[in-house]
Write a protein that binds this ligand. Structure first.
Ligand SMILES: *Cc1c(COP(=O)(O)O)cnc(C)c1O
Length: 368
């Protein structure tokens, strides 16, 4: 699939050391990584290398000015031994948009898919098999030029790494509590909130830590202009079910257009119960909870899939949603998305990209 791919295999696999019953999120990486350099105005020869450190010059422009974009997607191995990557075409489109916003040349589609597929073929033994687990795929593009001038770089590196992961939030833990962030913002009109770039995360760390110290799993961001409209949660998009109607903030340029968000919208449409995308005031949200009209609330993102929200704090008032339990639609959507990802139901929108990994792959993990 990538005719000029150069492969340097590992000499000793680390797979036997992995405890698949106690996976974290992105702290263990599969044996190989993909690497592609951009130099002299074009992408060079793609390589697969043993996973490991890359040399970075102290003047590397990414370290100083943050010219970097990334993606996050998941591959699953079903009981049928087929590997499915969930909606990678959406991630490719978003990567291209992020690249454009940050003056980074986008890699072509063939390199994007070829990178993931070659890694999955080599490291398919790393794909976990339990429901809720997955192989997380993290493509990353960063400036690989050494200079301290503030200007777009001319050399980049595209890396893809994979990691066996559990769902981000423990399935056994109760629904999460969100703190509405009233002081800080993660993005502003005209900023880069719609791009998946490291700088957005840097902006979110301090408020996130403050929230965590107060016992909140995540902060709920409001718009950067008026602090009045709900935007998103920072690694997931937000949905409310009020008076039986599912709502989500419309994509106004400051919100990351999530693939999971889009999947929820499509599945609700299929169910004949379309999601209303519009501006949602935080006051409307709090009033609905107070009056008992908020049936459920959930976040949607690749890491968590669908995560129930059990409470929201705003202006010193903490309100509980649905007894801190996952609601009916939350559960149904989690199951529907998971079933599609594992190939257990018909993939009616052709969301999965299938990767064949050779006979016997399905039983590989069980034999470990
Ligand atoms: C990645 C991300 C999401 C979720 O997007 P998915 O494509 O569903 O994983 C939401 N918000 C932010 C800021 C993100 O970076």
């Amino acid at each position: 699939m990538l005719p000029d791919l150069s492969v340097t295999p590992i000499s000793h696999s680390r797979l036997a050391d992995v405890d698949f019953d106690n996976l974290g999120f992105g702290n263990v990486f599969s044996d190989h990584m993909f690497s592609l350099k951009y130099e002299h105005g074009r992408w060079q020869r793609p390589e697969v290398l043993p996973y490991g450190p890359v040399a970075v010059d102290p003047a590397n422009a990414t370290l100083h000015y943050g010219q970097a974009v990334f993606e996050g997607l998941k591959a699953f191995m079903g009981d049928d031994g087929t590997v499915r990557i969930f909606r990678p075409d959406m991630n490719y489109k978003r990567l291209r948009d992020s690249c454009e916003r940050l003056c980074i040349p986008a890699p072509d589609e063939a390199h994007f898919y070829g990178a993931m597929e070659s890694l999955i073929q080599l490291d398919h033994g790393w794909i976990p098999r339990k429901r809720g687990q997955a192989l997380y795929i993290r493509p990353l593009i960063f400036s690989d030029e050494s200079h301290l001038e503030v200007r777009p770089s001319q050399a980049f590196r595209f890396l893809v790494m994979t990691a066996p992961v559990r769902t981000y939030f423990d399935e056994d833990t109760a629904a999460i509590d969100l703190k509405v962030e009233e002081e800080f913002t993660r993005s502003a009109p005209g900023g880069m909130g719609a791009a998946k770039t490291s700088g957005n995360y840097a902006a979110s760390l301090f408020p996130g830590e403050e929230g965590r110290k107060q016992g909140f799993a995540q902060v709920l961001w409001l718009d950067g202009l008026e602090h009045r409209y709900v935007e998103e949660v920072g690694a997931m998009n937000i949905f409310f079910r009020i008076d039986g109607k599912v709502l989500t903030p419309s994509l106004v340029g400051t919100i990351l257009p999530g693939v999971t968000r889009d999947s929820v919208i499509r599945l609700m449409e299929d169910a004949g119960d379309p999601v209303e995308e519009r501006r949602i005031e935080i006051d409307e949200v709090m009033t609905a909870i107070r009056e008992g009209r908020m049936q459920e609330c959930f976040g949607a993102g690749t890491a968590v899939t669908i995560a129930p929200v059990g409470g929201i704090s705003y202006h010193g008032e903490h309100l509980t949603i649905n007894n801190k339990e996952a609601g009916e639609v939350t559960r149904r959507l989690f199951d529907e998305v998971t079933d599609i990802q594992l190939g257990e139901v018909t993939d009616r929108h052709a969301w999965n990209r299938l990767v064949s990994v050779g006979a016997g792959a399905g039983s590989k993990r069980a034999a470990l």
